[in-house]
Design a protein around this ligand. Structure first.
Ligand code: GLN
Length: 204
């Protein structure tokens, strides 16, 4: 089977957040999604999506379920990970305004500001030009979204809004401040699935 035809097993961090929407989007993008709550389930996946939700709660639960260290190890070892919104925060090496005790998986050399767009703009939609995605702008749904305050040299900015990066990639790690899993447009999940195929391990 050529790499383009494989159906990679992609986990969705399922302790908190909008898990079901990501499972559906991944399936539509040609992957085989699995819910991940325990280290053994993570071990069966070639890649992982960290959904939107609440990053402080995710951090606590990841510790409580023994997932934080395995996640860090796999990400360091080259497992592809895609984080949306709270998931983007989880992939940031640094958060500007963490709640006390809030830790991240890290891996993307960026500083992220939580709830950055402010109260009057808590949720909004914006059409985004997304580098590497053809077929017109991607509709970005932002819900109490973070933005990227600054990035290191190895980070590629794929989309920006209001002067701030809102989609970034560093190697096999992808993060968006918005929620493509909510729009029915599966192009970002397809991009991630292609990254997983290119990483060359179907997980089985
Ligand atoms: N504001 C949330 C956080 O800090 C993220 C919101 C979201 O994922 N929609 O984790």
């Amino acid at each position: 089977m050529s790499a383009a035809e494989t159906t990679p097993v992609i986990g969705v961090f399922a302790l908190q957040g909008d898990v079901r929407e990501h499972l559906a989007a991944l399936r539509a993008a040609g992957a085989e999604p699995r819910e991940v709550r325990r280290p053994g389930e993570l071990a069966e996946c070639a890649a992982l999506v960290i959904p939107g939700g609440e990053s402080t709660t995710m951090s606590k639960l990841a510790h409580a379920f023994g997932l934080m260290e395995p996640l860090r190890e796999r990400a360091r070892a080259g497992m592809p990970v895609y984080g949306t919104c709270a998931g983007m925060i989880m992939l940031a090496d640094k958060i500007l305004d963490p709640r006390s005790g809030q830790e991240t998986v890290g891996g993307i050399d960026m500083i992220v500001r939580r709830n950055a767009f402010g109260r009057q703009n808590e949720s909004f939609e914006a059409a985004l030009d997304f580098a590497g995605i053809d077929g017109g702008p991607v509709e970005g749904v932002f819900i109490r979204a973070p933005w990227v305050e600054s990035t290191g040299a190895g980070v590629e900015v794929l989309a920006s809004w209001d002067g701030h990066p809102v989609a970034v990639r560093q190697g096999r790690l992808l993060a968006t401040a918005f929620h493509p899993e909510l729009t029915g447009d599966h192009r970002v999940h397809a991009l991630f699935t292609a990254m997983v195929r290119a990483a060359g391990d179907s997980g089985r």
